[in-house]
Design a protein around this ligand. Structure first.
Ligand SMILES: C[S@@+](CC[C@H](N)C(=O)[O-])C[C@H]1O[C@@H](n2cnc3c(N)ncnc32)[C@H](O)[C@@H]1O
Length: 389
């Protein structure tokens, strides 16, 4: 179905492309090209399975099938019909098509998806007398069409549901950080399990769980019920088992991972997800407000995303960020503190000078990921007068 070596595209969040490329290098891949919100790379079926199972910062892994020029839906239809779809499909399988459009030559992505589906189904019927069915919710083969100007790229989605769906969440928090984004922020922060980790506003515990999985080398795909490629014609279960068995987990993680939140409801969600990921013994939860929480001694990394006053409304948002800054200055010595927020105004109220500022996007919200070094002993954290309201 696929040649020995083929090109794949892993999609990610804006700002995480370098981190993703680094992860892909870690799979042993050399042929890598960084794109906008994506990384393109070459590999074989084993790399495809590994990419889905092991990449913490990939949202999807797509396989390139063909590309051709087209200026209208007739040329699109003809281009799709030239592909040998019997290589990828059987009449008993279902398909769906999604389309991403950056072109003035085509106006409706839904129409393009429809024409692509027609071209595949017509070819099948003409050649075999039978046709595959369409299942938009849970297809056996998801075809992804990307059109940039007049260039049509035809790809197959090997992941199925987005890879941020790790399989450890039962219910959603009101404002959870996406699992892929959380893992990417932890890797950007240099988290490698050599020290303590805490989140004083942990919500449903995403940073804690992703942090523990990184520290213990637990692959992000461990708890996922399935991947798209498992329904493909060429699925090789032995190879997939080999990929999963190849990972050596690190059970010797000796530091502390602690989360706290003022909301008992949030902590309940965190507890459930921690339990579902078998990390109950590795992560400690405390029901405390940031006003009272004291981190474990010994230093390490603090990472948190406080409310932005968007989805979670806060009465005095500047006062809350000022309080975070005060707690950091007085109680987080020896820690490198990282704050991810979509409220730059409020971030100024932290009143400490960030040693690093990384612009990021969280969905449509422009965010900033900032590092504050809180030194032990004589070297004090650089202090800025907080802005008053
Ligand atoms: C944006 S959410 C964090 C979401 C979390 N990263 C997750 O993935 O689920 C912010 C959290 O801050 C908590 N919070 C707000 N004010 C707090 C305070 N003063 N002390 C501790 N937690 C607080 C809220 O209960 C909420 O769970």
């Amino acid at each position: 179905m696929l040649d020995e070596q083929f090109y794949m595209v892993a999609k990610t969040f804006q700002g995480l492309e370098e981190v993703l490329a680094q992860e892909i290098r870690g799979l042993g891949v050399q042929d890598i090209e960084i794109l906008n919100r994506a990384v393109r790379f070459k590999g074989d079926l084993k790399i495809l399975y590994s990419a889905n199972y092991r990449l913490r910062t990939a949202l999807k892994v797509l396989v390139e099938v063909e590309s051709f020029p087209a200026k209208n839906d007739i040329e699109l239809y003809q281009g799709i019909q030239k592909i040998d779809w019997v290589r990828f499909l059987e009449h008993s399988m279902s398909l769906a098509v999604e389309c991403v459009l950056f072109s003035d030559h085509f106006s409706h992505s839904q129409f393009i998806a429809q024409r692509t589906k027609d071209a595949v189904v017509d070819q099948f019927r003409d050649r075999t007398g039978k046709r595959p069915s369409v299942d938009r919710e849970n297809p056996d083969l998801l075809i992804s069409i990307h059109i940039q100007d007049t260039k049509v790229n035809v790809l197959l989605d090997s992941s199925g549901t987005s890879l941020h769906k790790r399989g450890y969440r039962s219910q959603l928090h009101l404002a959870p950080v996406n699992e892929v984004l959380a893992a990417g922020l932890l890797l950007l922060a240099g988290w490698n399990g050599k020290g303590n980790l805490f989140d004083p506003m942990c919500g449903s515990g995403t940073f804690l769980i992703e942090g523990a999985m990184i520290a213990m080398n637990i692959p992000p795909g461990t708890f996922r019920p399935n991947f798209g490629f498992e329904k493909w014609k060429n699925f090789n279960p032995d190879l997939f088992t080999e990929v999963a068995d190849q990972v050596e987990q690190n059970a010797n993680f000796k530091y502390k991972i602690v989360g706290s939140d003022k909301s008992s409801k949030s902590l309940q969600l965190a507890r459930e997800s921690i339990h579902r990921s078998f990390l109950d013994k590795k992560i400690e939860l405390v029901h405390e407000s940031i006003e009272d929480f004291i981190p474990p001694a010994g230093g390490g990394i603090m990472i948190t995303n406080p409310p932005y006053d968007e989805r979670i409304k806060v009465e005095n948002i500047l006062g809350l960020y000022r309080l975070i800054g005060d707690r950091m200055k007085h109680f987080y010595k020896g820690y490198q503190a990282w704050i991810f927020s979509g409220n730059p105004e409020a971030m100024k109220s932290i009143g400490l000078h960030p040693s690093k500022k990384i612009p990021m996007l969280n969905g449509p919200i422009e965010c900033s990921f900032r590092r504050y070094d809180i030194y032990e002993g004589s070297k004090k954290a650089k202090y800025q007068k907080p802005q008053s309201r």
